[in-house]
Each structure stands twice: as C-alpha cells, then as structure tokens.
Design a protein. Sequence first.
Length: 123
Amino acid sequence: MAKIQNREEICPVTAVQRLIAGKWKIVILWHLSHKTRRFNELQKLLPEVSRGVLTQQLRDLERDGLVHREVYKEVPPKVEYSLTEIGQSFIPVLDVIAKWGKYYINNTRLSPGPDLARTGSAD
C-alpha cells in the first residue's frame, strides 16, 4: 500500500475498507470478538474457507494491527488468535453490521446468499 505524506489526505472510509477487504475478514473479526480462538476452531466455524485463505486473511489482520497471534512453544504447536486493542475498538462496528444484517434479512425478499447462512450467528 502506498503511503500518503499527509494523514489528512486519507479518506477514513477508504482506510477501513482496505483493512476489512477480503471475503472473510469481517466474519473472522466477529468470531474473535467473542473469544480467543485457535486456528482449527476458526476453520470449523468457517468450513467454506480454505486453509490457505484463512491463513492469509489472519496474516493480513495481524499485519494491520487488528489481530494478535500468540504462538506457544509446545508440542504439538499451539497458536491462538485474539483481537488487539485496536481490533476490540472495532466491535461496536461489528455490532452495528450485525444489527443491520438482521434488518436486511427481515425486510427484503432477497436472500443474503448460501455462504452467509452458515458462517455464524449475530445473536
């Protein structure tokens, strides 16, 4: 990503869009907003996501400071993912997205799509 000299030139909406761009990032953040999770837990919660895509999305979220990756030196290896302080500050946004998603589902004839029906509950 190219750096802009003057922070005032950065559009805040574009900045957020770049952080959460990626089909599964918001859903990953949603699941991590509830508790710290191991990779295999996330994979079970998101069976439609390939191992490689999940790994890349988690790396992106870690690089951008939203997710913390904790590696425990034990056999077998144990890795846990959690939200950073900045990631936790995004929880209210996730809550609004979930609320709007419920509104959308209840007030349109359109289906949100088959891959959204099984990825998690907004309850």
